[in-house]
Design a protein around this ligand. Structure first.
Ligand code: GRG
Length: 296
């Protein structure tokens, strides 16, 4: 029997799924191969945590306009593009993602790259539309769009991936691990929360609180990912496991028990960051608890 929180998260996930189905370009759109690859990757499932985070960050600040759905979809498209690229033979060389063969296995590498680039471009289109429909001021629209650009590029996801690809250059230290995690995973969590808050016209204090929440949540999420990669199974996770064997991870540096303790500490800090919000932040608090116990 799912808990009330699990039910709410499931409802949120379904609502995100519905808007993604609505917003993705039709699969038959010429040339269909690229549109099929994009839809397959996005609609294959996934926990939809980043769009839920964006919507909840906006919601705690008091904004629940349906136009936010486009911004939420944008962050999920960026995440999906990053998964497609991460799975490529030249990167992680993965076979399975979200319980299905990876995009390059089905469509070939060239289409996988084009599909990822197209998802990224479309994410900016959707975010710009969301800001316009919400009628936020130009400065806030620009800020939201800049957040997304920064999270993706060589100061965000791509920087984390670059360091992750070159363990021999950067060495097995806590500093490089922290650099990789905070960019590969943290950057998009932080961008999701900040974009939601900015579009909701959050105050500086609210924006800081939500950024700190997302930073701690993202790190807790990534350490759980390290544990699941070491201890989980393909059937439950729907993706390749033991991909991190031989890599520096929280588990390899500190062991599983210390990693679990670190997760609990980060979840606690994340929840304490929300102290200026009341009952309206219950889902965000629950999301932090969920991240510590998740099995997928
Ligand atoms: C230009 C977008 C872009 C990226 C270039 C390839 C790359 C740089 C970065 C890889 C980033 C990456 C895949 C990080 C892993 C983050 C992570 C923990 C993914 C798993 O997220 P879940 O569990 O997945 O939320 P689901 O399938 O549930 O959505």
């Amino acid at each position: 029997m799912p808990s009330a929180l699990e039910k709410r998260l499931l409802d949120e996930r379904r609502a995100v799924d519905e808007s993604l189905v609505r917003l993705m370009p039709p699969e038959e759109l010429y040339p269909p191969r690229i549109h099929r690859a994009m839809s397959d990757a996005v609609l294959a499932g996934g926990k939809r945590l980043r769009p839920i985070l964006l919507l909840e960050a906006a919601s705690v600040v008091g904004e629940r306009d349906p136009a936010l759905r486009k911004a939420a979809a944008a962050i999920e498209l960026v995440h999906t593009a990053s998964l497609i690229l991460d799975d490529l033979p030249s990167m992680d060389d993965a076979e399975l993602r979200r319980g299905k063969p990876t995009v390059h296995k089905v469509y070939g590498e060239a289409t996988a790259i084009l599909a990822a680039i197209s998802l990224l471009s479309y994410s900016f289109e959707l975010l710009a539309e969301s800001a316009a429909e919400l009628r936020v001021r130009k400065a806030q629209a620009t800020e939201a769009i800049s957040e997304l650009g920064r999270a993706i590029g060589s100061k965000g996801l791509s920087a984390g991936q670059q360091v992750d690809l070159e363990p021999e250059t950067y060495g097995p230290s806590f500093e490089s691990l922290e650099f990789v995690h905070s960019r590969k995973t943290g950057a998009l969590f932080i961008a999701a929360a900040r974009i939601g808050a900015i579009l909701a016209r959050a105050s500086a204090l609210q924006l800081d609180a939500l950024s700190s929440y997302a930073k701690n949540l993202g790190l807790a999420f990534q350490i759980t990912d390290d544990i699941l990669d070491a201890e989980g199974d393909v059937a439950t996770l729907g993706k390749d496991v033991h991909k991190d064997a031989g890599k520096t991870t929280f588990v390899s540096l500190f062991g599983a028990e210390a990693s679990r303790r670190a997760i609990l500490g980060l979840v606690d800090t994340a929840k304490r960051s929300l102290s200026l919000f009341g009952a309206e932040a219950e889902l965000l608090r629950g999301l932090a608890d969920y991240v510590a116990v998740r099995k997928t």
